[in-house]
Design a protein around this ligand. Structure first.
Ligand SMILES: [Zn+2]
Ligand SMILES: [Zn+2]
Length: 486
């Protein structure tokens, strides 16, 4: 049974922002819980559901509060404007108390941005089945792996009739919380009294609200010991030679042993495969020979397909190498760019892969990828310099796999078994044609993008305005200049 299947009978936690996703006019509040439960049942989830409704509850009518509470929905009062960060904090706490398998659902219009970034990182470390619901603003930054993202109103429409409440049974489960004062009670009257009390008013007035989003994962350490299932599993290394080149005077044969030793030091001993990405016509032949002799594969790329090929290759690799396994990314761009690391991030949320990063410059912001270890490229390479005796042993063992170093042209998707065959391929007519075709395509894409932006600007500004069109005739622009820019 996969982790997600196991979650189907486990706990479901629901965090609901009532400001973003209110109960529609005339809708019976007691129907909210059965509607949510029904949505889960339809998808095969039968675990116990806990729901908490967040809002400035001084604004919520008593009959709604009573309806929610009587159907087992907990009610939380938050100061208006801070609901999202309180919900997020409570969700993180719940995750700590309820380890996976389990399922979570966020009902909010504010999942985009800080919330989804932090949740995407949380989900890489501990995987829960994730459901989203929204009213007006759908989460569309594609950082999260979720099972459904439904419209709130539609979810309610499909819901059933109010539940038959056995007196005293469900209402005992539903609590009222004041998140400003850490106050809780089980009676609506007490809750109402609290919200209108001097003490609550004072707390609201003197305690500054949590204005900043509290990230749960920003302070996570970067080095974690290997878990038993990852310690001996495969490790695949994607090495961006443009961002992290071989330093001047460094013996290229030491790259593989350095990487392997860095893994060994933190407890990983699985077989390591390495692919080096670059315009290989620019790589010195002695580097190609040295790396290839240690079993490093080469991928020939050009700038405009460099990262896309690395990421596509990673996806293909995951298809034939199911988790548990590890991936190492050696690249400044993939480590720091949200858009470049998005696809890898999705895979890490979905499967039990482990991730390592190396970069020549530390990313200025916390990477989207949750890693088990990170290295500065140069200090990683220096590992073998200080431990040459072990390096010698590693290199010996590497010779066994020396012939596995493959050369692949990522423009034509052509594999070559030897450097000679690879060089021949890179200079042959077919390859050159492919290179020209790709270049022409990129240029035409840039031209049409520019054209598109110009016409969009004209649409917005309703231009070109008459004044500008007349300008050259009036002599505002010197004549030769009109032809200097295309
Ligand atoms: Zn209070
Ligand atoms: Zn080619």
């Amino acid at each position: 049974m996969s982790g997600y299947d196991a979650a189907k009978t486990e706990k479901i936690g629901v965090w609901w922002d009532m400001n973003d996703c209110p109960i529609p006019e005339g809708y019976d509040a007691r129907r909210v819980r059965p509607s949510i439960e029904r949505a889960f049942k339809e998808r095969g989830y039968s675990g116990p559901v806990s729901i908490t409704a967040y809002a400035d509850q001084t604004q919520t009518p008593s009959h709604v509060l009573r309806g929610l509470s009587s159907s087992g929905v907990a009610v939380a009062h938050t100061r208006s404007g801070y609901t999202c960060s309180v919900m997020h904090r409570d969700m993180v706490e719940w995750r700590g108390q309820n380890p996976p398998p389990g399922t979570i659902m966020i009902i909010s219009d504010q999942v985009n941005g800080d919330f989804s970034w932090d949740l995407a990182r949380l989900q890489q470390r501990t995987r829960y089945g994730l459901f989203l619901a929204y009213s007006k603003k759908q989460c569309n930054d594609y950082l999260l792996v979720y099972f459904a993202n439904c419209r709130w109103e539609k979810l309610l429409e499909e819901g059933g009739a109010p539940p038959v409440v056995v007196a005293g049974e469900l209402s005992s489960a539903a609590m009222f919380y004041c998140k400003s004062c850490n106050f809780d009670c089980q009676s609506l009257k007490k809750f109402r009294n609290h919200l209108s009390s001097y003490k609550h008013g004072m707390e609201d007035a003197i305690t500054p609200p949590v204005t900043k989003f509290l990230f749960a994962t920003k302070s996570w350490a970067r080095n974690y010991p290997a878990s038993p299932e990852h310690a001996t599993s495969k490790i695949h290394v994607l090495w961006d030679m443009n961002d992290c080149p071989i330093p001047e005077g460094y013996d290229a044969r030491q790259v593989r042993p350095s990487i392997e030793m860095a893994f060994e030091e933190i407890g990983y001993s699985g077989p390591v495969s390495i692919t080096a990405y670059a315009d290989q016509t620019q790589t010195p032949v002695h580097h190609l020979l040295a790396l290839s002799s240690t079993g490093v594969d080469f991928a020939h790329t050009l700038p405009w397909v460099h990262y896309s090929r690395m990421i596509t290759d990673f996806e293909i690799w995951t298809r034939v190498n199911p988790a548990p396994a590890s991936v190492m990314i050696i690249s400044d761009e993939v480590a720091s760019s949200k858009s470049r690391s998005k696809i890898i991030c999705l895979k890490l949320q979905k499967f039990n892969y482990n991730c390592f990063l190396a970069y020549s410059v530390r990313p200025s912001e916390t990477p989207l990828l949750v890693t088990s270890a990170e290295w500065l490229w140069e200090s990683l390479l220096a590992v073998s310099e200080t431990r040459r005796h072990i390096l010698h042993k590693c290199s010996e063992s590497e010779r066994v796999v020396a012939s596995t170093g493959m050369f692949c042209c990522k423009l034509c998707f052509c594999d070559c078994k030897s450097l000679d065959a690879f060089n021949k391929h890179l200079s042959n007519k077919e390859h050159r044609k492919e290179e020209h075709r790709m270049l022409a395509h990129t240029q035409s894409f840039r031209r049409s993008l520019r054209q598109f932006k110009i016409s969009k600007y004209h649409d917005q500004a309703r231009c070109p305005p008459k004044r500008m069109r007349k300008a050259p005739r009036k002599g505002f622009l010197p004549r030769p200049l009109r032809f200097t820019r295309r």
